[in-house]
Design a protein around this ligand. Sequence first.
Ligand code: B4P
Length: 191
Amino acid sequence: MNIILLGPPGAGKGTQAGILVKERGMVQLSTGDMLREAKDSGTDMGKRVAEVMARGELVTDEIVIGLIREKLKTVKAAGFIFDGFPRTLAQADALAELLEEEGQALDAVIEMQVDDDVLVQRIVNRAKEAAAAGQPVRADDNAESMKVRLMEYYKKTSPLIGYYYAKGDLHSIDGLGQIDEVASAIKAILG
Ligand code: B4P
């Protein structure tokens, strides 16, 4: 089973992907995590993406599609959770091609709906909790970057809702509940 978790920044895509990994043994492909790893490795690509991410903007399609292509060619799994990918129509088209090349299909796209004020609150809370625990605070977890992340989402990512609706793959859920309530809503879709 291959699924996409779609939603604005802070919707809980990574949180729910973690639950699916534990419960179903699926493999999580988080482009956010891959980009943060690239940033931490200090490669030229990592240095380029670090500034883009800190501003809250989307990294180029070329880089992100390259990361996913590499994973799909090298990782074998019973099912993939695409967490935060695709985020643009070009990425969605690329994913369709890559899955076809691998002889795989997309089973469901789960759109997590959360109000903007709650999203900002979650991200600001995560930054506060990390700082209080003496852990590193993500460079994009602040109200200023969040404004840009939300603008990027509505401009470049939200068209994917119509794209997947037209293909019959879209399932929209309320992402406002407690983490276990959202997990139950996903379970009801995936069976
Ligand atoms: P991501 O790492 O994908 O991060 P995100 O969208 O902000 O977070 P997510 O929705 O996974 O929320 P989370 O579970 O963490 O992207 C970061 C950046 O990477 C992007 O801005 C962009 O620059 C770049 N990037 C990534 N993919 C890209 C792509 N495909 N193309 C181009 N650029 C790309 O949850 C957030 C917080 O809420 C957590 O603290 C969590 O504990 C809390 N939370 C979650 N669910 C909750 C619930 N139900 N109730 C209360 N709190 C909840």
